[in-house]
Write a protein that binds this ligand. Structure first.
Ligand SMILES: Cc1cc2nc3c(=O)[nH]c(=O)nc-3n(C[C@H](O)[C@H](O)[C@H](O)COP(=O)(O)OP(=O)(O)OC[C@H]3O[C@@H](n4cnc5c(N)ncnc54)[C@H](O)[C@@H]3O)c2cc1C
Length: 398
């Protein structure tokens, strides 16, 4: 699954000079025991936007990612409208806009025979992750961040991280190591900050070409389908490509993405037609989730994005949380004139108040609604009672 095995055991060997190749034209050379102000581990939205923000504050920032640029990520690709202000404050709104392939204006829910559709409180965007994440990394380089990928980071001790690329290794000294390495963060685990009991849910996502079925697709909508064992979100990523993302409970009878898709397709001719045109070449997977580390920052390390905690994809807010945590960390950095134990406390408190609290709410909402009988009831109630509809709207990433 996503990152569970990606952070390797600590390395204690020699630290030769290593030429770290990049997918872009330039080649990056990292010297043994090279010093940077900030080493960001992970080049998803949290890592890139945090690196960009700190480079703009004048810090010497290096970012490493284990995968090549342009990698896809298990995600529904829907950026909630609430993220616009945040990416605006981070100064990357133009980058996000340039990656968008469409808008999301409303969401349609279905469970059993019940259906309910509503406008989203703020128009969101469809942002295929391979494009978005690549563009953010390009922007990071443009503002002076040194990006090395594919290069795997392993936390050794406070301020020291081993980088490995094509079998070669070196050590980087960093005043601050930012773990943006996603769900199940290897850095959080190396620090002993991992949760004691793992989550029991798994996400999956994939796209495939289905132009004929998409000829019947209506408008800029997110389709949510709740069935026994999981739920599925579906969007038209373009006129040709359909994108699905779902969640499966490990304890349910539905154990594979294809089972969940077939279950949803039984009541949905459009999905049946799309599946007749093809299926994803491969599923991207993520989990287990939820993930909630016991600590998210100290004077030498800070977690951002999924690494700092992730609930589940029900309300489509993961990317917003990723950007928001980067913004929160950069504010703490600015407020304290750099990183310190006090800056870490400021960031951790801010994260608790602004992100962890919302994630708890998302978990409660998802527990309530990601169950077919309750979801059906909610569809009925939302059609009859405007207050139920507006509560639902607020729970969908306002
Ligand atoms: C099924 C599903 C559907 C979702 N749908 C949506 C949605 O529609 N909208 C939304 O906003 N959110 C959604 N999310 C959540 C969203 O995908 C995440 O919240 C978001 O990607 C978090 O970004 P991040 O930068 O924290 O981590 P990631 O995007 O996971 O990036 C982490 C990066 O770290 C790198 N890395 C890991 N370990 C190392 C290492 N040791 N060394 C170097 N690099 C490393 C990885 O290669 C990866 O590129 C969904 C999630 C799931 C599971």
């Amino acid at each position: 699954m996503d990152n569970a095995t990606r952070c390797d055991a600590p390395h204690g060997g020699d630290t030769p000079t290593v030429a770290l190749e990049q997918t872009s034209a330039s080649a990056l050379s990292v010297r043994a025991n090279e010093c940077v102000d900030v080493l960001v581990v992970g080049g998803g939205p949290a890592g890139s936007s945090c690196a960009i923000a700190l480079a703009r504050e004048g810090a010497k920032v290096m970012l490493v990612d284990a995968q090549a640029r342009g990698r896809d990520k298990c995600c529904g690709h829907c950026l909630s409208g609430a993220a616009w202000n945040i990416v605006g404050e981070l100064g990357v709104r133009h980058v996000v806009e340039s990656a968008a392939t469409g808008a999301t204006q409303y969401v349609a829910w279905r469970s059993g025979a019940q259906e309910f559709a509503m406008n989203l409180p703020v128009v969101g965007a469809i942002v295929p992750r391979a494009t978005l994440d690549k563009k953010l990394l390009d922007e990071a380089e443009r503002v002076g961040v040194r990006v090395a990928q594919p290069a795997t980071a392993t936390w050794l001790e406070p301020g020291k991280v081993a980088l490995r690329m094509r079998g070669d290794e070196c050590v980087v000294d960093a005043k601050l190591v930012i773990a943006a390495d996603g769900l199940g963060s290897g850095i959080a685990r190396a620090r002993g900050w991992n949760p004691k009991s793992p989550g029991r849910k798994y996400g999956f996502a994939g796209s495939w070409r289905a132009p004929l079925a998409l000829g019947h697709w209506c408008g800029e909508r997110i389709e949510m389908r709740v069935v026994r064992g999981g739920y599925l979100g579906v969007v038209a990523e373009s006129h040709e490509y359909i994108h699905v993302a779902g969640l499966i409970d490990r304890n349910s009878k539905v154990s594979r993405p294809d089972d969940l898709l077939n279950e949803v397709a039984r009541d949905w001719p459009l999905l049946t037609a799309a599946l007749q045109e093809g299926k994803p070449a491969r599923w991207n997977a993520a989990g287990p989730l939820p993930w909630k580390p016991t600590r998210i920052a100290d004077e030498s390390t800070a977690l951002v994005g999924d690494a700092a905690g992730y609930a589940e994809p029900f309300s489509g807010e993961g990317m917003r949380w990723a950007f928001e945590s980067a913004l929160g960390l950069s504010r703490a950095w600015r407020e304290h004139g750099g990183w310190s134990a006090v800056a870490a406390q400021t960031y951790a408190k801010w994260h608790g108040d602004h992100i962890a609290r919302v994630q708890q709410k998302t978990l409660r909402t998802a527990w309530f609604l990601a169950q077919p009988a309750r979801a059906s009831l909610m569809c009925q109630a939302a059609r009859s009672f405007p207050r139920v509809a507006s509560w639902l709207a607020c729970s969908m990433g306002k």
